[in-house]
Design a protein around this ligand. Structure first.
Ligand code: ZN
Length: 84
């Protein structure tokens, strides 16, 4: 994965507990620095997904799947040209 911007990391915080986040480059995750929380947030296309719903709970490491499906979100862009 591409390196995350250090300045960006500095302003990011765990949405669950507001602690700072540590990058796990091997797993492409941002891991909450607070041991009691410890949620791991996925990073997709260098964009951290800071959603508790998307986070992986500590101690339940998922099997790493290849990231070939990373473009699945592109279809959500809808052109809006109608003005009421
Ligand atoms: Zn946390």
């Amino acid at each position: 994965m591409t390196q995350l911007n250090e300045a960006l990391l500095g302003i990011l915080a765990c949405p669950n507990c507001r602690s700072s986040l540590v990058v796990d480059y091997e797993a492409s995750e941002l891991v909450c620095a607070k041991p009691e929380c410890g949620l791991a947030y996925p990073v997709r296309d260098s964009i951290p997904i800071l959603l508790v719903d998307e986070a992986r709970a500590p101690g339940h490491r998922r099997v790493e799947v290849s990231s070939d499906t990373a473009d699945e979100d592109v279809t959500h862009v809808v052109a809006r040209d109608e003005d009421e």
